[in-house]
Design a protein around this ligand. Structure first.
Ligand SMILES: *[C@@H]1O[C@H](CO)[C@@H](O)[C@H](O)[C@H]1NC(C)=O
Ligand SMILES: *[C@@H]1O[C@H](CO)[C@@H](O)[C@H](O)[C@H]1NC(C)=O
Length: 431
């Protein structure tokens, strides 16, 4: 009797425990199902497959991306690369009506990169705050990643959506597809938004440099520059590398300058190029830059590896111009092009294109500057603006094939110069 009483109490307790455990399980499974549903709902929303939504509700940007990818892009002149131009168009590019004259007073920043350096876009955009045209080269698995990431940038980053045009280039044997099958790339982005996308890019950074992708892959820098240039309708362009940054307010300074002094048809506006040792605090103005210059934290671009490449800019003259309080942009002096000067400059969108035969390291920008010279352009250095490369260029940090590429491109440069003679038969200038 005593024993069976004990036994039944035990049974009741055990039963209660079982029920609690069961409820727990039910609750957990309910939670996870609910969560799963929420995830699915979110993912499908990303790609416009929201089930309950009214049909008809189509996002034009997404449809544009879907369409441009479905065309398969176009091949470049060599047939080795596949080009998706204007894969994603900014609101700025989309909304301006043709004929509306705003564009004629616009300056677009033009740049190129692999997915590994695209994280620089964050600080670049923060400083520039105006239209940017970016051509991205992707290879292998990165083609999918690049497509997903530009879609995510456009989706989650209002500033990117407003201002950045993206173009994608890959090998002709590869193809980009709409990223709805690549959901792993979107993991966690929904919660973290734009900072999450840039964090993802940061974690992908510098796995390899642009020029060291793989032994048989050539980074087509000049093709990318041309694609990004022709992908914008702005009247003026500034072509820089993605790890560079212009001085602050440059766009505003330039547009203000245009009201007084429109550059001549044969004139480009040179921005002296510098490099900075530490990239934490990028100087915004000339006075900040000069302070850092005087203590050796800032020096001419390529000062150690190729001082002649920038010397014609005449840094001492530019520094000694002093600093105008008004901060306006003015032409300070004009210099003649001499080999091997490769200046960065603001120019009309119609200046000669870059020669796409140049890939990888060497002569890719010099050749274009040399053509400007032969074509009769003059190089006007402006007083109150500059471009700045993040980090010092030093010996030994380059990829292993740099010298070999430089040799190959030197030979190419020789024939390029020969061809200029027949392209500009009336020009007395040589380079
Ligand atoms: C480069 O080489 C890899 C491995 O041999 C190959 O899979 C890839 O298709 C090659 N790429 C090109 C562009 O030739
Ligand atoms: C820079 O300009 C100054 C003043 O015009 C001139 O004396 C000097 O030779 C120039 N330097 C270079 C490197 O062109």
């Amino acid at each position: 009797m005593h024993l069976s009483k004990k036994c039944s109490v035990f049974k009741v307790v055990l039963g209660a425990l079982l029920i609690v455990a069961l409820l727990q399980l039910l609750y957990l499974s309910f939670l996870s199902k609910f969560h799963g549903k929420q995830q699915r709902y979110k993912y499908s929303e990303l790609f416009g497959y929201k089930k309950n939504a009214n049909q008809g509700e189509k996002n034009p940007r997404r449809e544009h991306l879907r369409y441009s990818l479905s065309t398969g892009g176009i091949f470049d002149a060599s047939g080795q690369y596949r080009v998706y131009k204007n894969l994603i168009k900014s609101d700025f590019s989309t909304n301006q009506k043709p004929g509306a004259d705003l564009r004629s007073h616009h300056l677009t920043l033009v740049t190129h990169t692999t997915i590994n350096n695209l994280h620089h876009l964050n600080s670049l955009l923060e400083r520039w705050k105006n239209p940017i045209s970016v051509a991205i080269f992707a290879h292998g698995e990165d083609v999918k990643f690049a497509t997903a990431i530009v879609y995510a940038l456009d989706l989650f980053c209002p500033q990117v959506q407003a201002l950045v045009d993206f173009h994608l280039v890959c090998h002709s044997g590869e193809m980009a597809t709409f990223p709805d099958q690549d959901r792993e790339h979107f993991m966690g982005l929904q919660e973290k938004g734009c900072p999450g996308v840039f964090a993802k890019l940061e974690s992908h950074r510098d796995q390899f440099q642009n020029y060291a992708i793989a032994s048989n892959v050539s980074y087509p820098n000049n093709l990318l520059r041309n694609i990004a240039r022709s992908g914008t309708d702005s009247a003026y362009i500034l072509v820089i590398d993605i790890d560079m940054m212009p001085s602050a307010n440059l766009h505003h300074q330039f547009v203000t300058m245009l009201m007084k002094h429109e550059p001549a048809a044969d004139e480009v506006l040179v921005l002296p190029a510098f490099e900075i040792r530490h990239t934490r605090k990028m100087p915004a103005s000339k006075s900040e830059l000069v302070q850092l210059y005087q203590v050796g934290e800032v020096r001419p671009f390529y000062d150690e590896l190729c001082p002649r490449c920038q010397a014609p800019t005449n840094y001492s003259l530019w520094i000694n111009l002093g600093i105008k309080a008004s901060g306006t942009l003015e032409v300070a002096y004009t210099v003649n092009w001499v080999d091997p000067w490769e200046p960065f400059y603001i120019a009309s969108r119609t200046v000669p294109l870059y020669d796409e035969n140049f890939r990888q390291y060497g002569f890719n920008r010099i050749s274009q500057a040399c053509e400007l010279h032969v074509a009769g352009f003059r190089f006007s250095v402006v007083s109150n603006a500059f471009v700045l490369h993040k980090g010092f260029k030093v010996q030994g940090e380059f990829h292993s094939r740099k010298d070999e590429e430089n040799r190959r491109n030197r030979i190419l440069f020789r024939s390029f110069k020969e061809n200029l003679k027949s392209k500009y038969p009336n020009s007395a200038r040589r380079c």
